[in-house]
Design a protein around this ligand. Structure first.
Ligand SMILES: Cc1ncc(COP(=O)(O)O)c(CN[C@@H](CS)C(=O)O)c1O
Length: 420
């Protein structure tokens, strides 16, 4: 794959030219202006290119309106743009059409939609939901609580010592009582790329559905939900050059047709009497109230932006940076990097520096302009399994460079000196 022209791409993101520093909590210090920003927190959220910002501005400047209601011109323009945004996202992930693409607020809401609209109705004592130990709280807590409400059992596939999903254990756990297998595609903590197609086969062999958490895969690599044979798939716009406030629930059409909504109100109804109501067609049945109009239109623009670059090129670029970071960080034996080897992971590295709490480390890195995440990354049970309360995490995207990895490593070295 042809390497990315990163310097050219960075011109699409003015924020990357920001200087930071100074303690914003100290009056008068305000946002610093002396240290170049090195943004390595893309698994938390990505930045938004001018091309997408322009679409957002243009919407509010020229055709902002509520959708599916008015028959006036602005409403028609906004409705068509919003509906066509569903078509664009469907094409981006290999879905069959807008009927299989529900716009939510984020991945978390997409996970909850299936857990409530399908799980509460379908699960009961004796049923089983199989997760992995590397699940994000968006799926782990959701299915855990649905299990408590319905009496269904929730089980967790182990993670091997070298950070891979234990597929032998998966084959032990998934059986004829399994109703749902819910698995993260790329772990936001370990960087592990899970064998989703194999998990789907395993689930389907036992008459179970498979729900894929694609928050860290759709933005970062080519994903085709039909090839994977996923029954449900969730991801967020803000991690893929789109705005916050839009996520996507993909579902096989016949499953979404059978599912009852769990959020009621305008938009999602067809006919209402004092006694009952009937529902709109898909996907509107699951989009209650005024939907994420501008965000959805901007997400379609983000799909165009990423496709123009090429998802395979983005994957190769960020995985190359992750491998380079892995190799440079582990040059010292006082650094522990969690997850698979550097050449077999998604575009992130979670690590710890002996003797320095991740929060202290990230604070020191911030003094050097390096923005990473520290904490449990919404995977507390996984961190318990890893035997640590917290980790530092650097996550890369299409606009990061090897020089920024060097800045990370140098900042970690300054922390090493500080605490020596
Ligand atoms: C694998 C995975 N699954 C679900 C989510 C939730 O996405 P939302 O857009 O917040 O709903 C995330 C978001 N992970 C951020 C915030 S915790 C991170 O720093 O890793 C994720 O990584």
């Amino acid at each position: 794959t042809e390497p990315l022209d990163v310097e050219r791409l960075r011109e699409d993101f003015p924020i990357l030219g920001r200087k930071v520093g100074g303690d914003v909590s100290v009056p008068g210090e305000g946002p610093g202006d002396d240290t170049p920003l090195v943004y390595l927190d893309n698994a938390a959220t990505s930045h938004t290119p001018e091309q997408v910002v322009d679409v957002i501005a243009d919407y509010y400047r020229s055709y902002n309106s509520n959708v599916h209601r008015g028959i006036h011109s602005l409403s028609q323009e906004a409705s068509v743009a919003y509906e066509e945004a569903h078509d664009r996202v469907a094409e981006f992930i290999g879905a069959d059409g807008r009927e299989e693409v529900v716009f939510t607020k984020n991945t978390t809401e997409a996970m909850n939609t299936v857990a409530y609209a399908w799980g509460l109705a379908e699960l009961g004592p004796g049923d089983e939901v199989v997760l992995t130990q590397m699940e994000h709280h968006a799926s782990l807590v959701t299915w855990q609580q649905i299990g408590k409400k319905t009496g269904a059992d929730v089980k967790y596939v182990r993670v091997t010592d070298d950070g891979y999903l234990d597929m032998d254990h998966a084959r032990e756990l998934v059986g004829d009582d399994t109703r749902m297998v819910s698995a993260v595609h790329v772990s936001n903590t370990l960087g592990t790329v899970n064998p989703i197609a194999d998990l789907a086969d395993l689930a389907h062999d036992h008459g179970a559905y498979v729900f894929v958490d694609g928050a860290q895969s759709v933005p970062n690599r080519p994903v085709d939900v039909t090839d994977l044979d996923a029954d449900f798939f969730a991801f967020s716009g803000h991690k893929m050059c789109g705005p916050t406030g839009v996520g996507v629930l993909y579902g096989k059409r016949h499953l979404l047709e059978e599912m009852q909504p769990y959020l009621y109100g305008g938009e999602m109804i067809r006919k209402v009497t004092f006694e009952d109501a009937t529902w709109e067609d898909l996907p509107w049945k699951f989009e209650a109230g005024t939907p994420v109009i501008c965000q959805g239109i901007a997400l379609a623009a983000a799909c165009d932006y990423l496709d123009d670059i090429g998802l395979e090129r983005i994957r190769a670029h960020e995985e190359g940076l992750a491998e380079y970071a892995y190799d440079r960080l582990t040059e010292h034996d006082d650094v522990t990097v969690y997850g698979p080897p550097g050449d077999d992971r998604g575009g992130l590295v979670a690590f710890n520096l002996d003797g320095v709490h991740a929060h202290d480390l990230s604070s020191i890195l911030n003094d050097h302009g390096v923005a990473i995440r520290a904490g449990d990354h919404c995977t507390q049970p996984l961190h318990q399994e890893m035997g640590v309360a917290a980790s530092a995490r650097a996550s890369f995207y299409l606009y990061n460079t090897e020089a920024e990895v060097d800045a990370l490593v140098e900042a970690v070295d300054s922390a090493r000196q500080l605490f020596a």
